[in-house]
Ligand binder design. Sequence first.
Ligand SMILES: O=P(O)(O)OC[C@@H](O)[C@@H](O)c1c[nH]c2ccccc12
Length: 250
Amino acid sequence: MDFLAAVKRAVELRLATEPPPPPRTAPLVDFAKGLGEFGIIAEYKRASPRGVVRLDLPPWAYFAEVYPHVSAFSVLTEPFWFLGDYRFLPLAKAFKPVLMKDFIIDKRQIDAAYGYGADAVLIIYKLVGREKAMELAEYAQRLGLTPVVEVDNVQDAKEVATWGGRVVLGINARDLRTLEVSLSRAFEVAKALRGDVDYIIESGISKPEEVERACEVYARGVLVGTALMKNPQLAKELAHAAHRACKARS
Ligand SMILES: O=P(O)(O)OC[C@@H](O)[C@@H](O)c1c[nH]c2ccccc12
């Protein structure tokens, strides 16, 4: 069974046992607007299917150290492969707008994102397919959340780009089936969109020049997980690179 099929089955079992989310108390912000001209999105990711990323960095320590240099946080809530937790969402939200990263197949997970205070939710096109992705994206927008619809190829990106609304595309440099990373492929997908819609580049980013390249292909931001988990101080350097490169583009 491939990873996406395994995680989909795991989510179905999770949903059967998860308690209902708390009523929302956090203010709701426009996630895309919060990125500004170009934003760094720092991800709190303790593990992945490839293994442990970092377990000795509490979420509040990460968010407190990184928030001055980033526009938003992405928080993994998938509890098995990523050691995520819904309870990390309000901790991130105390500092910046928050994207909930999970394998969303059901509206109840979007209700959970809303209740725990997220401003955006990840919808993985390859996991749920076109119809379900559109249905989940519309539901998220009805709650005032921004759907970040994740694609990893030009064909799917061009399809999602026709949807309109407050959709942000997440161009993933990591193929979630093989887990291999290709930033050059992600930049090719971005170039095919030419800045006509809002998109961010995700995965495999660790260097200032990769942030500068994302600016050059008219992304609204980059999402960085592993590199910032291992070295939160990198956030300042990436933010400076973004400011330099994106100032040049406007
Ligand atoms: O750790 P990286 O290479 O910086 O990648 C971060 C993020 O893009 C990655 O965790 C991710 C992208 N799409 C996802 C979907 C589900 C879980 C995780 C992800």
